[in-house]
Every structure is written in C-alpha cells, then in structure tokens.
Design a protein. Structure first.
Length: 193
C-alpha cells in the first residue's frame, strides 16, 4: 500500500482533513491581491484619462492652431476625448460596484476577481480598439498636414513602443486574473475524501 493511501485511510478514520488551510493568512493574501489590483486599476484609469486629454490637446495645439487641421484631426481629437471620458465613466462605475461584495473571504476574492476581469477587458479594449483607431487617424492627419515626414516616423515608432508595452501589460493582467480564478476554484470545490 502506498503512503498516500495509508494517509487517506488514517484521515478518514480520524475525520481529519489531510491538510489545513490557514484561513486568516489566505484571507490576508486575497485582500492584498485585491488592493494591488485596485491600485493598478486606478493607475491605468488615470493614465488613460490624462493621455487621452494630452493627446487631444497636442493635436489641437500643433495641428489645428498651426494650419487649421483636416478631417482626420477633428476625428482624432474626438476619439482621444472619448478615451478620456470612457476611462472616467468606467472608473466611477468600478468604484460604485465595490460596495456590492460581501465582506468575507469569498466575497473579497470575488471583488479582486472582478477588478482583474475589469483590467483585462479595459486593456483589451484599448489595445484592440481605441489605440489603433486613434493611431491611424492621427497618422493620416500628420501625413495630410504640411508637417515634416519625421513627425510621422516618430509618431509611428512611439505607437510601436506603446503597443509592445500594452501587450505585455495585458498578459500580466490575464495572468493575475487566471491566478485568482484558480484560487476561487480551489476554495469553492468540495474536498474529496
């Protein structure tokens, strides 16, 4: 007979679990993960708000005031402002959802998981939605304006760098969410004797 089988027989005879989870330590770890996810979401939201406003402002100053702009300039400004508004509204909604979770280990885990899901969907939406559209419109605006070609080249390189960082960030958020899902699955499944 294997040691594991003997241990199961012994534990079933004594009605003792094979291992004991230190609930308080686990709860503190879950709370820490929730706080970290909340701080990261705050930083991401503020970066999106300020970068949308800054990018829209740069286009207004350098494109519209200098040479009157073109249709792509106007559309890019609207999209950058939409990014800032979208991030601000999502921030308020996320803060409002915080009170919907009960104050228990599983409730705190659900809250941390909801923030992780939010981060994944926000980064995915920005990476595949807003940023490529605003990049294309801004690049077209630069090309059609009378700016030197090196403006467009620098802008393109900047976008490539932002895309690389965004993809890396998205993978970090997915990994964090998956860790929380595994933990939730372990906590909610029935122990097998």
């Amino acid at each position: 007979m294997q040691f594991d089988e003997l241990q199961k027989i012994w534990d079933s005879q004594n009605n003792r679990p094979m291992y004991v989870i230190r609930e308080e330590a686990l709860h503190q770890k879950i709370l820490a993960k929730g706080r970290k996810a909340g701080k990261t979401a705050n930083i991401s939201e503020w970066i999106l708000i300020f970068s949308g406003l800054l990018a829209g402002g740069i286009i207004v100053v350098f494109d519209l005031m200098d040479d009157g702009g073109n249709i792509f300039s106007y559309i890019a400004i609207v999209l950058f402002l939409m990014i800032a508004m979208y991030s601000g509204v999502n921030r308020m909604l996320r803060k409002k959802r915080k009170i919907d979770f009960e104050r228990s280990m599983l409730g705190d885990l659900e809250h941390a998981l909801s923030i992780a899901e939010y981060q994944v969907s926000l980064s995915k939406g920005m990476f595949y939605g807003f940023w490529p559209a605003t990049f294309a419109l801004s690049l077209l605006s630069l090309i059609l304006s009378d700016k030197p070609i090196w403006y467009s080249i620098v802008f393109g390189l900047l976008f490539v760098g932002v895309s690389y960082i965004s993809r890396w960030e998205h993978r970090c958020y997915v990994r964090r969410r998956d860790e929380l899902k595994v933990l939730k699955k372990k906590l909610t499944e029935e122990p097998q004797l």
